[in-house]
Design a protein around this ligand. Sequence first.
Ligand code: AHG
Ligand code: MN
Ligand code: MN
Length: 346
Amino acid sequence: MPQPKTLDLDLLEWAANDPQKTATAQALIAICQGAIEIARLISMGRLAGNLGAARGGNTQGDVQKELDVRSNDILIEALRGTPVAALASEELEKPLIFDDRLPVVVALDPLDGSSNIDTNVSIGTIFSILPVLQGQPIQAAFLQPGSAQCAAGYVIYGPHTAIAFTTGNGTQIYTLDREKGSFIKSHPPVSIPASANEYAINASNYRHWSDSIRSYIDDCIGGKDGRRGQDANMRWIGSLVADCHRILVRGGVFLYPRDQRKTYENGRLRLTYEANPIAFLIEQSGGKATDGFRRIMDIEPETIHQRTPLIFGSASEVDRICAFKLDPSPESDISPLFANRGLLRS
Ligand code: AHG
Ligand code: MN
Ligand code: MN
């Protein structure tokens, strides 16, 4: 019987003797080692302490939970001593520089879905690996558009733990064999169905959305009796990784648009360590990822923690949403003067 394919061996084979690919592979292997430790903690639940307890706030005003902090610490230690020059994290105001002569950097959401920690619902780790730019300060590496990513993906901690990642040649899923302590290839390369009737959005924000987003969701709710002429189903897990994993497995769309709440003028999700890695996975699976106006991976980040509206999933459904004329400027969504602008359809 052929031996199951482990991620470590497959990555080293892929890297061959290319220095940049070897650095990328070693960073990915280190992230997996950290993720195995995080998965072990999560699987213990309360027996590992109160992982959902508030531990204060990060520099962007989010409440940090015990598991946010511990996951961040675990991944820092896992990546120290690898060919990673520096690490940016949701939980760190500034990048942590290990050695700026090394070839790659990693941007991390160490623990995604922290509102679900206490509830035994899937959560994850999201990562983006980027090349260091020769002759530029190390911080510049984090401000490259998503199209520069060498590799990206997430680990999902659910009923089983799995990693979805891409190095730019399709999206692969490997599942953790807890007894062996290694990730084993478990799925064929991901291919998202081009059309789908399942959408994910936090509908409690309906009154804060622009009219264009409301129109799209109204059509979904109207189903076969409305303009859409087809019923749609809704799922919202509240962990980006879990909503993305469902879309990789069976299609659908995810929306976290900008809205009128204070500090949500660019949505909620972060460009460099949430939207970009998800966009890379989605595009490599045949889907699309946009802020409603621009391809996510074309956006030039200005700061490491900047937010972006994020819409991704099945290609034809993302196109349908964009046809609702989402407005590119946050101000026009907020101003009542332009309240009806988004109703125009192409
Ligand atoms: P994080 O836990 O890293 O802060 O990310 C939470 C994100 C994402 O996982 C999820 O899609 C979204 O926030 C949920 O936001 P709402 O609570 O506004 O629905
Ligand atoms: Mn997150
Ligand atoms: Mn997080």
